[in-house]
Design a protein around this ligand. Structure first.
Ligand SMILES: [Zn+2]
Length: 143
């Protein structure tokens, strides 16, 4: 739920801090993210896999054993220390400061099309926010 703004988008400024996936993260190994499958091993129920997935699971180069529990219930058991099936999706933050963004407008847009202002330091962004807040308070007091 969002509070309905009283004024038009041009009357607002939006302050945000961002660390985009494309610039502030990199691919990481299972070991780097302490992936539970990597740490403890994992198992997959064979009957739940499509023939294509079963082929991939058994031909991916990972070491596994088959555990037959009951009729129609067999597991492929993968030992710890191997990259898991989700390893391509593991990400970790890179050492790069967040982007401290100030943009005109709000969630409805930036009708004047003014460019975003991106501060390099958190202190500058905070100062910008304080100055803006002071200006708003002064305007409110003056009526
Ligand atoms: Zn993993």
């Amino acid at each position: 739920m969002r509070i309905q703004p009283a004024g038009p988008p041009s009357a607002y400024k939006t302050y945000s801090i961002k660390a985009p996936l494309s610039t502030h993260f990199r691919h990481a190994t299972c070991e780097e993210v302490a992936c539970p499958d990597f740490l403890y091993g994992w198992r997959v129920r064979k009957e739940n896999l499509t023939p294509a997935l079963l082929h991939t699971a058994t031909h991916c180069g990972r070491k596994y054993t088959e555990l037959h529990v009951a009729e129609g219930e067999t597991y492929l058991v993968y030992e710890a220390g191997q990259s898991c099936f989700q390893s391509a999706r593991h990400r970790t933050r890179v050492e790069r400061p967040e982007l401290y963004i100030v943009r005109d407008g709000d969630h409805r847009g930036n009708p004047r099309g003014t460019p975003n202002r991106i501060h390099k330091r958190a202190e500058d962004w905070a100062e910008d926010l304080h100055e803006h807040t002071d200006k708003l308070n002064t305007t409110l007091k003056e009526g």
